[in-house]
Write a protein that binds this ligand. Structure first.
Ligand SMILES: [Zn+2]
Ligand SMILES: [Zn+2]
Ligand SMILES: [Zn+2]
Ligand SMILES: [Zn+2]
Ligand SMILES: [Zn+2]
Ligand SMILES: [Zn+2]
Length: 154
């Protein structure tokens, strides 16, 4: 007869399975047949295992990578390039701005694929430092930037 150490009880085979899946003392991964001692342990397993496609924000496990990404895109704010989730559009935009490698114009809320495109756009509509590939909203901000970062030119 199966015996549960943690609960100090014995069960019928069926009863044991039911117990391990439903008891609040057990945290069971059905897919792997593994029992964890805490919710944190199970969660860690979900996050780390490549066989789970788990959204930490919603505590939901998806059947494949595609549905997880699809979930990220519809429910959260997602950066494909870095595989990172943000809580708001603002958070995602901030990431776009801060992370070099994203060609993002925060004034127009637009992302660009090519640096040339991005720089042309910035030069037409805003103020830009071509060297840093950075956009500024006003000429004095651009000047400030030049003074701070490229002052050796002066
Ligand atoms: Zn038990
Ligand atoms: Zn598992
Ligand atoms: Zn989610
Ligand atoms: Zn990114
Ligand atoms: Zn713009
Ligand atoms: Zn610069």
């Amino acid at each position: 007869m199966p015996y549960c150490d943690r609960c100090d009880r014995s069960f019928s085979t069926q009863g044991f399975e039911h117990h391990i899946r439903t008891s609040s003392r057990h945290f069971f991964c059905v897919a792997h047949g593994r029992d964890f001692e805490s919710w944190l342990g199970l969660k860690e397993h979900y996050v780390q295992s490549p066989f789970h496609h788990y959204c930490q924000h919603c505590d939901e496990d998806f059947t494949n990578e595609w549905s997880l990404v699809n979930h990220y895109e519809t429910v959260h704010f997602y950066c494909h390039e870095h595989g990172r989730i943000f809580h708001s559009q603002r958070g995602l935009n901030e990431h776009f701005v801060q992370h070099h490698g994203h060609l993002f114009c925060q004034y127009c809320d637009m992302t660009f694929e090519y640096e040339e495109q991005f720089l042309d756009h910035a030069e037409d509509l805003h103020f830009v430092c071509r060297e840093c590939v950075k956009i500024f909203g006003s000429p004095w901000k651009q000047e400030q930037h030049f003074e701070k970062h490229h002052s050796s030119y002066y």
